[in-house]
Design a protein around this ligand. Sequence first.
Ligand code: GLY
Length: 302
Amino acid sequence: MNRTPVIVVHGGAWKIPEEEHGPHVEGCQRAAAAGWEVLRAGGSALDAVETAVRLLEDDPTFDAGRGSCLNAIGEVELDAIIMDGQTLRLGAVAAVRRIRNPVTLARLIMEKGPHNFLVDSGAEEFARQHGMGLIPSEELVVERERARWEAWRAGEGLYAAELFNSTGTVGAVALDREGHLAAATSTGGKPGKWPGRVGDSPLVGCGAYADDRSAAASATGDGEALMRILATGAVCARVGAGKSPQEAAEEVLALLAERTGGYGGLIVLDPRGRYGIAHTTPHMAWAVVTPDGTCRAGIRVR
Ligand code: GLY
């Protein structure tokens, strides 16, 4: 099969402050362009989504890797998943504190380990034993998030007052020349979360799913709600049953609102290269590179 590659990325669905729109668009654009370059050169969809998500993790704009929000005790805890649509293999990691690129650890777990999903110190020990350097957790903390946390702790209600308080979880879906799909998602979770809290992002069928026979999808938004409807599994199943990616994404977000009252955003890509982007939050940051190599990016507004 010789497909023309496509990649779609997101940089979170929430109420993105006006002054952060520019960096969100630029970060998504850079990530999508880098992922597309991998695909253009004949690389796999897995390589493309890992490349794109690594860039988003390294960009302090987003709630993933460096720049992630802080939990209730002022620490970073990171979750990520990667999934291969050809084999249905996946790797996932949760609550790690000393990993610069959790998506790459998720891929290492998928390719080198006997298990799919490792958490906390076990995941970090797996990383260490497989030659991935551990970093001091403080290197992942940026001043913006420290200040937000201080304000939250001082009872200023910065997060509690906001419905769309999740910051920018990131994700990517890609289709390669061989016709294979992949998906990846990475996050610092919710600000002020309970230590040890795991959201939807690293859970298969919730934060991401990929199956060459249906679609690849990545989710962002209210993790407690998204996991209750298996958001990305539900959207891929709908595409497999004949819905377009856009229709399927909108239907699943409507279901999310109806059944849980929750909010979120989805990117979806099918094996024909058709994609959908939908959200029920005020904003969603996104970028796409279509078969002719055109990169488009923006902040969708509702
Ligand atoms: N969707 C990201 C989280 O809730 O952790």
